[in-house]
Design a binder for this molecule. Structure first.
Ligand SMILES: Cc1cc2nc3c(=O)[nH]c(=O)nc-3n(C[C@H](O)[C@H](O)[C@H](O)COP(=O)(O)O)c2cc1C
Ligand code: SF4
Length: 364
């Protein structure tokens, strides 16, 4: 089975293999952020597909922080029951699957890939001190709900130009007080989020982080800043750090990174070594562009602990079991066309490229 089939322990949680379902917006919840049948079906398939650690799509920590109309929510006690149903289903569909909810706040409008964002935006540069602290507490309270619902872990969306990464990126954060300026000030909000999660969710509950390796913007944070940040998060108790990158125009950026990565596939592999030395033995996942078993094995060989997959699992939820158990070990059929990404603001998640219904629609 090779390295991909080896178990791993992080923050006391045992994960059965090295496949990470990188958080993927489903746009399948009710308008009130509630879990519904279509979403349950997606996670049943993912759990049966053999992915060791599943991270849900970005889940709103406050109703005002939503970027998508049908985004899952963890901002209200009334949402705990639906979340509990979701995790029960995942564990029943595959008892060895582990699942974390990704906590998210959109922050300023127009960041990331939330094309056609629902929310008008939260301007961190105009925010009062008390409002910033309250937002960190929203992350904490949402994490408490996630734990009470029965999930195995919680994850923080600290990448791609949403609220959490906006605080760290000078491309968004122009504050001159304790929340902005030096990189330790820009990291203050992120560390407060970690602290609030720990306070509300308690010990023994893994907290996973997704962060950028680089903003890829001249005025943004660069790799050195993020390597430093990863060290801070590891010391603050992060159980896994997932490496990604970029803050806006994600479809364009991913096409460019894909061309640059070429045969290697893994966009962020060149950054891995620096992060590895900054975080000691904190587990690292590398996400972005991985399509073949060979490239995934090479990423683990180079020092990552997990391989993160998003689009391959949109197209084929059973991809991990196919690679692990064969006989068909061909690379993912995902062509990285990004049609799913461009549609996600308006439609439920789907691989449009291989949807047979697309042929019917074509001639209309
Ligand atoms: C349709 C779609 C939805 C996504 N939703 C999220 C999300 O909710 N949270 C997140 O951290 N990243 C999200 N991403 C980014 C992916 O998790 C991942 O970082 C990126 O697609 C690169 O990995 P891949 O090449 O395996 O697709 C999304 C990407 C796509 C295509
Ligand atoms: S729509 Fe394109 S990018 Fe998205 S999963 Fe399908 S093939 Fe991959």
């Amino acid at each position: 089975m090779g390295q991909l089939g080896r178990p791993l322990v992080m923050g006391g949680m045992e994960v059965s293999n090295r496949f990470l379902r990188s958080a993927t917006m489903e746009n399948m919840a009710g308008v009130d952020g509630q879990v519904g049948r279509v979403l349950l079906r997606l996670y049943h398939e993912l759990a049966q597909g053999g992915c060791g650690l599943i991270i849900t799509g970005a889940t709103a920590v406050s109703a005002e922080g939503r970027a998508w109309a049908h985004q899952l929510g963890a901002w209200d006690e009334a949402q705990v029951e639906g979340l509990a149903r979701l995790v029960r289903l995942i564990h029943r569909s595959n008892p060895s699957a582990r699942c974390a909810v990704q906590l998210h706040h959109a922050g300023a409008a127009g960041g990331g890939y939330s094309y056609g964002s629902l929310y008008q935006g939260f301007d961190l540069n105009q925010a009062a001190d008390g409002d910033i602290v309250e937002l960190a507490r929203c992350f904490g309270r949402a994490a408490g709900r996630v734990r009470r619902a029965g999930f195995d872990a919680v994850a923080v969306h600290g990448a791609h130009g949403y609220l959490v990464s906006q605080f760290f990126s000078p491309a968004f954060n122009q504050r001159q007080d304790d929340w902005g300026g030096s990189r330790s000030n820009r990291a203050r909000f992120l560390l407060l989020v970690q602290e609030e999660i720990r306070r509300e969710a308690g010990d023994g509950f893994p907290v996973l982080w997704k962060m950028n390796t680089d903003d890829f913007l001249p005025e943004g944070a660069g790799q050195d800043d993020y390597v430093w940040l990863a060290g801070q998060l590891a010391r603050a108790g992060a159980s896994l750090i997932e490496l990604s990158g970029g803050v806006k125009e994600q479809a364009k950026l991913r096409n460019q990174l894909r061309r640059e990565a070429g045969e290697r596939e893994a966009y962020f592999l060149p950054a891995l070594e620096a992060f590895r030395s900054a975080v000691d033995d904190t587990p690292l996942a590398l996400t972005g562009g991985l399509r073949s078993r060979e490239a995934m094995e090479a990423v683990l060989e180079a020092g990552a602990d997990m391989v993160g997959l998003c689009r391959p699992l949109i197209s084929e939820p059973y991809f991990p079991n196919r690679l692990l158990h064969g006989p068909d070990r061909r690379p993912s059929r995902c062509t990285s066309c990004n049609r799913c990404l461009l549609a996600i603001a308006k439609e439920p998640l789907n691989c449009l490229e291989f949807d047979p219904f697309e042929k019917v629609l074509k001639d209309l």
